[in-house]
Design a protein around this ligand. Structure first.
Ligand code: EPU
Length: 340
C-alpha cells in the first residue's frame, strides 16, 4: 500500500492501518501481535516530516482520531483535548474563532496534532510545548494508556521523549492544549513587528486573526507548497553551537544571523550557512535546494529518497568544510529494518 508523504516520494508498506478511536487502535495492535509479530511498525502522521529511503517492509499506523473536548475552563484559560488525527492548522483556525489564543504563530505548519506534540513544532517564536498541557498515548506493545504531563515530555528544540527514549513505543492519541482567552500577540521573532507595520496595523490593536494571516503570508512567500513541489519544510535543524565557536565565526562573518539558546549556547541559521556555501536554488539531479529558503530541500519531480539524501550529504559536506559545522536533519529518515 502506498505511503502518503509530502516529499512526494514513492514508497510502499505491507499495510497502512488508519484508526479513528483508541478501541480501533487496540484492536489493530492485538491483531498485529497475533498475526504479524516481528514485522517493523511505524507510526506516522500526515507524512510532512518523513523521508522514505526505501519501501517499508512492515506496517504503518496512522491516527484519524478527530474531535475535541473542553476539559476545564477558568476566567482566563481553557484546556482543550484534541484528537491526534486533527490537522494542526485546522485546529488553530478553529481555536482563534472560539477566542482561544496562543497558537497563532504556528499557523500553516503542515501536519497533525499528534505529530506536533512528538516533534515540538515551532515557528516565529512559539513552540508546541508553550501550549501543551498533557499528551495521551497508547503502548504499541500492550495497548495500555499513558498520560504525560508537559514536564515529562522532555521538550527541547524539535525534540521530545516521543522522538527520543520512547521512539516507536507509543501512538499519541490525544493532546491537551492550554490556551488563553485573552489575546497577547507574540511578536519578538525577527521581522514580525515590521510585517505588522507594513500591513498598516499596530501591535496594540492587532487581532489574532490578523496575526494568523501575517504568518500565513510570510510562510507562503518563503516556503514551497508541497502540493506543487514535494518537500518536508525545514530539512535541517538550526545548529546550536558553543559560544566560542559562534564568536569565532562571527569575527569572520559579522552579518551571520545568531540567536541565544539554552545553557549559554548560540543558535545559528542553517539556511544562511547553506546559502553562503553556494547551494541556494541549486539542484543535484531531481533534488534541489529551494530558491527562497535554503533550509528546505525539494523534489523537482520523480526524486527518490536516495536522490534527496545525496543532496543532503553534498550540502552537509560543503557546510562542514566551509564553517566546521555538522548540520543535522530535522526530517526523519525511514528505511525498512529488513532492508537496512
Ligand atoms: N536565511 C538566509 N538564507 C536562507 C534562509 C534563511 O540567509 O535561504 C537567514 C534569514 O535571512 C534569517 C535567518 O536565516 O536571518 C532565519 O531564517 P528564517 O526566519 O526564514 O527561519 P529559519 O531559522 O530558517 C526556522 C524554522 C522554520 C520556521 C522559521 C520561522 C527550523 C529548522 N526551522 O527557520 O520551521 O518556520 O524558523 O520561525 O527551526 C520547519 O520546521 O519545517 C520550519 C519551516
Amino acid at each position: 500500500m502506498k505511503i502518503e508523504n509530502t516529499f512526494g516520494i514513492e514508497a510502499e508498506a505491507r499495510e497502512v492501518i488508519t484508526y479513528d478511536s483508541e478501541e480501533a487502535l487496540r484492536e489493530a495492535i492485538a491483531r498485529i501481535h497475533k498475526t504479524d509479530e516481528g514485522l517493523p511498525l511505524l507510526h506516522v502522521g500526515a507524512g510532512s516530516n518523513l523521508l522514505f529511503l526505501s519501501d517499508f517492509d512492515g506496517i504503518i499506523l496512522k491516527s484519524n482520531i478527530k474531535g475535541h473536548i473542553i476539559k476545564a475552563e477558568t476566567m482566563d484559560e481553557v484546556f482543550v483535548e484534541v484528537g491526534s488525527g486533527e490537522m494542526c492548522d485546522e485546529f488553530i483556525a478553529y481555536a482563534i474563532q472560539m477566542g482561544w489564543y496562543g497558537m497563532e504563530n504556528l499557523s500553516l505548519i503542515p501536519g497533525q496534532v499528534g505529530a506536533a506534540a512528538v516533534q515540538n513544532i515551532g515557528a516565529y517564536g512559539v513552540e508546541a510545548q508553550d501550549v501543551i498541557e498533557e499528551v495521551k498515548g497508547i503502548s504499541l506493545k500492550d495497548g495500555s494508556e499513558r498520560v504525560w504531563k508537559k514536564a515529562d515530555c522532555q521538550y527541547g528544540y524539535r525534540q521530545s521523549i516521543f522522538k527520543g527514549g520512547l521512539w516507536g513505543r507509543y501512538a499519541i492519541t490525544r493532546v491537551t492544549f492550554r490556551l488563553k482567552k485573552h489575546f497577547e500577540p507574540k511578536l519578538q521573532y525577527g521581522g514580525l513587528v515590521k510585517a505588522v507595520e507594513e500591513k498598516g496595523l499596530t501591535k496594540d490593536t492587532l487581532t489574532a486573526q490578523e496575526l494568523r494571516q501575517i504568518i500565513i503570508d510570510i510562510r507562503r512567500a518563503k516556503l514551497p507548497d508541497p502540493e506543487v513541489q514535494g518537500n518536508a519544510g525545514s530539512f535541517f535543524k538550526n545548529p546550536i553551537v558553543p559560544k566560542e565557536q559562534a564568536d569565532r565565526l562571527l569575527s569572520e562573518h559579522p552579518t551571520m544571523p545568531h540567536y541565544p539558546a539554552d545553557a549559554g549556547k548560540v543558535k545559528l541559521a542553517a539556511g544562511w550557512l547553506i546559502e553562503q556555501a553556494g547551494w541556494k536554488g541549486k539542484s543535484l539531479g531531481p533534488a534541489a535546494v529551494h530558491d527562497r529558503q535554503a533550509l528546505v530541500l525539494v523534489n523537482k519531480g520523480e526524486a527518490t529518497g536516495d536522490d534527496i539524501k545525496r543532496l543532503c550529504d553534498a550540502v552537509k559536506k560543503d557546510v562542514r568544510e566551509r564553517f566546521g559545522i555538522e548540520l543535522e536533519p530535522e526530517v526523519n529518515f525511514i528505511t525498512s529494518i529488513h532492508n537496512s
